[in-house]
Design a protein around this ligand. Structure first.
Ligand code: BTN
Length: 240
């Protein structure tokens, strides 16, 4: 897996999308600092700490059917690495990784289209490895970092290498078989089944109350809305 290391960039996702044609399949672009780090739903991902991870996988799989599951795959991969540090993560559907209810990692997947056809994806990830408590307090949602959870400074290179080799292990299988190839590993790290949440499905949209009934074989959720109807949810953000 080729690693392209940048110092400062607007966003590793934006940069990778701009250079997509020239970048080889399965390469990784990482940066020390992002000046315009992006989160899901148009949010900002504060990226001014070079001890954290900001990076993007450039992926051009032959079979495109399961690219929507790559974010869930990456949430499992990151969880496995966090566990190696003796910390217990939890996956919040679809792909947030939390520790003690606080977010430690965010994932943003963007699709590269050409003539309305999918060419591949840029799968971006930000991981809080080393942060001060004061820095975390400035984030508008509960957030934590691995150094806080372990009480130790985290070696960024070591974490990155573990992450890349773990990502490589199951990547081919998930692109060929989809969510089913990771559902057991995903499910055992979740805690949302049978619980009530508010869901926001678009930026700025009103939140709706739902009861999560089932995690489906394709990674989507079957939920019950307050009027008693069941529906299937493919994307969104859960709030308690
Ligand atoms: C989220 O909202 O939870 C997703 C955050 C994703 C942040 C990462 S950092 C590397 C990559 N480049 C970006 O601009 N965003 C992603």
């Amino acid at each position: 897996m080729k690693l392209i290391e940048l110092d400062t960039v607007n966003s590793t996702n934006t940069w990778s999308l701009e250079h997509f044609e020239d970048l080889e399949d399965f390469c990784v672009v990482s940066a020390n600092i992002q000046t315009q780090g992006k989160g899901r739903f148009g949010r900002v991902w504060v990226s001014d700490n070079c001890k954290n991870i900001y990076m993007s996988f450039v992926l051009k799989p032959e079979k495109k059917d399961y690219i929507a599951n790559l974010t869930q795959y990456l949430s499992v991969v990151v969880s496995k690495i966090i566990e190696k540090y003796g910390v217990k993560p939890e996956i919040k559907w679809p792909n947030d990784v939390l520790v003690n209810g606080k977010k430690i990692c965010g994932i943003l997947c963007e699709t590269k289209l050409f003539n309305n056809k999918i060419k591949g994806v840029v799968l971006g990830i930000g991981i809080n490895l080393n942060m001060e408590k004061t820095e975390l307090a400035e984030i508008d949602k509960p957030a934590t970092a691995l150094n806080i959870e372990t009480d130790k400074e985290i070696n960024k290179n070591e974490f990155l290498n573990l992450l890349l080799s773990e990502f490589e292990k199951g990547y081919k299988q998930v692109t060929e078989e989809g969510f089913l190839s990771i559902s057991a590993e995903y499910k055992k790290r979740t805690n949302f089944l049978g619980k009530k949440f508010l869901i926001q499905q678009k930026d700025g949209a009103q939140k709706q109350e739902i009861l999560i009934k089932k995690l489906n074989d394709d990674g989507s959720l079957t939920v019950e809305t307050t009027d008693g109807n069941e529906k299937i949810i493919f994307s969104g953000d859960l709030f308690t």
